[in-house]
Design a protein around this ligand. Structure first.
Ligand code: NAP
Length: 264
């Protein structure tokens, strides 16, 4: 992609861009937690690249339907699917619906995530479990479900949304840090297991990104970031778009940090 292309992309809201021609590979992309924030931007990015997109949400049905409708108006195919990824059987339910409506899932983005912060000395079992279940165990179950069809197709992209907190300390987030560090290690290992099959498995590690998750704190922390600003969901989505692309076919087992230089 040319430098000019990159500048144009940054200036234009993703949803306003015309989607590419539908891809030749019959299949779709599934993005978990795509009702808002980074997941919604990833859904827009993949739709713009020509993928039909399954937009998973847990509670924000209106948000997911709004994103799907906007993508539909722009000429893309997008299907909202409600499922709490931590529920037993959620992976199967999500996959059944996505596969029956849109075809096999060739791109899986494990984006659904949450925080439940507290210093370790006071962290409850419930907050530990909730964060690990959502951010790590659900990603494992969805990836496991994804791999058979990808291996059979000899093409697949699994992209896990980790965090810089999986790479460096952040007091008050021991549960979140453990989940994201686990996700990064999981990414590396699965990548090696399926590398021969045309399936790549990568992670992105965003720094501070302006979304509901960081509501109210993002701008105040800008001084700690070399770029002197929080990132946008679209800047993370662009990296996911690259990892999902044909051009990234030899990139696997890695974590792409998207943090304005924070961890540099
Ligand atoms: P957000 O605005 O809070 O959005 C979180 C999304 O995850 C929502 O769509 C939510 O769905 C969904 N979700 C949460 N639990 C779910 C579950 N059990 N099942 C299905 N969906 C679920 O967060 P965000 O900032 O966009 O974060 C997205 C990802 O990026 C997360 O993995 C987060 O850890 C990671 N990240 C964010 C930042 C940041 O600075 N924002 C930095 C590093 C990494 P509902 O609204 O429908 O419940």
């Amino acid at each position: 992609m040319s430098a000019t292309g990159t500048r144009e992309r940054a200036a234009v809201p993703s949803v306003a861009r015309a989607p590419s021609e539908p891809r030749e590979l019959a299949g779709c992309a599934l993005v978990t937690g795509a009702s808002r924030g980074i997941g919604a931007a990833i859904a827009r990015e993949l739709a713009t690249a020509g993928w039909s997109v399954a937009i998973n949400y847990r509670s924000d049905r209106e948000g997911a339907e709004g994103i799907a409708a906007a993508l539909g108006e722009a000429g893309a195919t997008a299907l909202p699917i409600g499922a709490d990824v931590t529920e037993p059987g959620a992976a199967e339910a999500l996959y059944s619906e996505a596969e029956s409506e849109l075809g096999r899932v060739l791109v899986l983005v494990n984006n659904a995530g949450l925080t439940a912060d507290g210093l370790s000395i006071r962290l409850t079992d419930a907050d530990w479990d909730r964060v690990l279940e959502t951010n790590l165990s659900a990603a494992f179950r969805l990836t496991r479900r994804a791999l058979t069809a990808m291996v059979r197709a000899r093409f697949g992209r699994v992209i896990n949304v980790a965090s810089v907190v999986g790479q460096r300390a952040n007091a008050g987030q021991a549960n979140y840090a453990a989940s994201k560090a686990g996700l990064i290690a999981f990414t590396r290992t699965v990548a090696v297991e399926v590398a021969r099959r045309g399936v790549t498995v990568n992670a992105v590690a965003p720094g501070l990104i302006e979304t509901e998750m960081t509501d109210g704190i993002a701008t105040g922390l800008a001084d700690a970031i070399p770029a002197r600003r929080p990132g946008t969901p679209e800047e993370v989505a662009a990296c996911v778009g690259f990892l999902a692309s044909d051009e990234a076919s030899y990139v696997t087992g890695t974590t792409l940090t998207v943090d304005g230089g924070m961890t540099a």
